[in-house]
Design a protein around this ligand. Structure first.
Ligand SMILES: Cc1cc2nc3c(=O)[nH]c(=O)nc-3n(C[C@H](O)[C@H](O)[C@H](O)COP(=O)(O)OP(=O)(O)OC[C@H]3O[C@@H](n4cnc5c(N)ncnc54)[C@H](O)[C@@H]3O)c2cc1C
Length: 399
């Protein structure tokens, strides 16, 4: 599993690197495999509950998708809301909104400063030549408001080109994903978790054993949060790897004039400006679907050229641009684009190995609360709210 070139976020957060796991045999109350946002929050929760915890990652904290993401914390995929609500029903959508809000609240309450968190709001922009997208966004605004998500429509900006008036959601926000992962990892370590670099090569749920090339780990409970790479360990689990690519420009002016994080073209494209004026752009996957259905972590010329054209076409008011960094990451798509969880039993028929993944394109908004909820389900009574999350995540819905 080649991690590919680090993202700008990883370059700026060296504390995401991990020491290698010692050779030999290990025994822990709890083991977390995969330290993206989902796994590292699970490790934090378990360590704070007083369990002995080992977290391992093939590369480093967030080196899969999390610290390669745009770092948008969104309450929902706004443009997809009408379709998702029709498919899953208003009750489930309210649970998803509650989960995204809980993730945001967790980040804000514990990691705001370290993770450069801001409630900057989001701006969803339909293309000016796509009447269907404009109508769908109007319907999304109506349904989101009905389900308790305040939003404002008709938002116009002179400095963004090629878009119809957009919709803003003030409660949305942003983080520095590398610094967020490093900060959660530091808290988990401070609570007693051992976080190490190691590739899990096999999982034996019946025996509660995980092997790596140089170690064998026995556990009481395990959380497997390797998302896009789940099938490599558990071939029957239906999670599809999908690559996404981004680029970042050099700072042109040390000011930020675009405050909200933005997305357009049915949510496929996204951009944000950093406080130093740098513009970050990602997306265009929908124009290169076959090539991007891969777990190969590398950037490609066609997508990167498309991202550069996007900058010039839509964001030229913020230029001229010079590209400073390019990267890719691999997301794990579930069959219905909602995350799922299921438990595997050991020889005593206890559900001790918990597989959690399929965060799709929204894992920074949902991963933390998913990791926290599953971790809590292993050691304490859940509240009604948490039980609703568990019902939603239960992989039985996919059968
Ligand atoms: C370019 C890009 C932009 C994105 N932008 C956003 C955004 O702005 N907002 C948003 O909400 N979502 C965004 N996403 C999606 C989001 O990043 C993911 O949904 C989320 O990070 C998934 O988190 P995770 O912890 O479940 O998985 P990951 O972060 O992928 O973590 C899985 C970890 O498992 C490790 N691993 C894999 N196999 C093994 C093994 N065998 N042994 C040990 N470790 C292993 C990997 O190294 C990895 O660190 C974006 C994704 C990409 C790629």
């Amino acid at each position: 599993m080649d991690p590919g070139a680090p993202s700008l976020w990883l370059d700026e957060a060296p504390a995401t690197r991990l020491r290698a796991l010692d050779t030999g045999t290990h025994a822990f109350d709890a083991v977390v495999v995969g330290l993206g946002i989902t796994g590292v929050v699970a490790a934090l929760e378990l360590a704070e509950a007083g369990l002995s915890v080992l977290g391992i990652d093939a590369h480093g904290l967030g080196w899969g998708a999390s610290a390669r993401s745009g770092g948008f914390l969104l309450v929902e995929h706004a443009i997809e809301y009408p379709a998702r609500r029709a498919r899953f029903g208003a009750d489930r959508m309210r649970t998803i909104i509650e989960m995204a809000r809980s993730t945001h609240a967790l980040v804000e309450s514990r990691f705001a400063k370290a993770a450069e968190h801001k409630r900057c709001g989001s701006l969803i922009l339909p293309m000016d030549d796509d009447a269907e997208e404009q109508q769908t966004l109007a319907e999304a605004a109506r349904l989101l408001a009905e389900d308790g998500v305040p939003c404002t429509t008709g938002v116009e900006r002179d400095d963004l080109r090629g878009f119809a008036p957009g919709m803003s959601i003030p409660e949305d926000g942003e983080v520095h994903p590398g610094k967020l992962l490093a900060a959660v990892g530091a808290e988990a370590a401070a609570a007693g978790a051992t976080l190490r670099q190691a590739l899990a090569t096999e999982i034996h749920p019946k025996q509660r054993l995980i092997t790596t090339p140089h170690a064998t780990i026995s556990y009481g409970v395990a959380i497997i949060a390797v998302n896009a790479w789940t099938r490599r360990l558990l071939p029957d689990v239906d999670i599809e790897p999908q690559r996404a690519q981004m680029l970042a420009t050099r700072p042109v002016a040390p000011v930020r004039t675009l405050e909200p994080v933005c997305y357009g073209c049915w949510g496929y494209d996204y951009f944000r400006q950093r406080d130093d004026g740098r513009m970050l752009v990602g997306g265009r996957r929908h124009r290169h679907r076959d090539d991007e259905s891969t777990e190969e972590s590398t950037t490609t010329r066609p997508v990167q050229d498309d991202l550069e054209r996007y900058l010039e076409r839509h964001l030229s008011a913020f230029g001229p641009f010079e590209i400073e960094a390019r990267w890719s990451g691999t997301m794990g798509f579930s069959p219905d684009e909602l995350p799922f969880w299921h438990a595997l039993c050991d020889y005593e028929d206890n559900p001790s190995t918990h597989v959690l993944g399929g965060m799709t394109g929204h894992g920074m908004g949902l991963g933390a609360v998913c990791g926290q909820t599953i971790a809590r389900s292993t050691h304490c009574e859940l509240s009604d709210t948490e039980r609703r999350r568990l019902d939603l995540l239960d992989a039985k819905r996919l059968r």
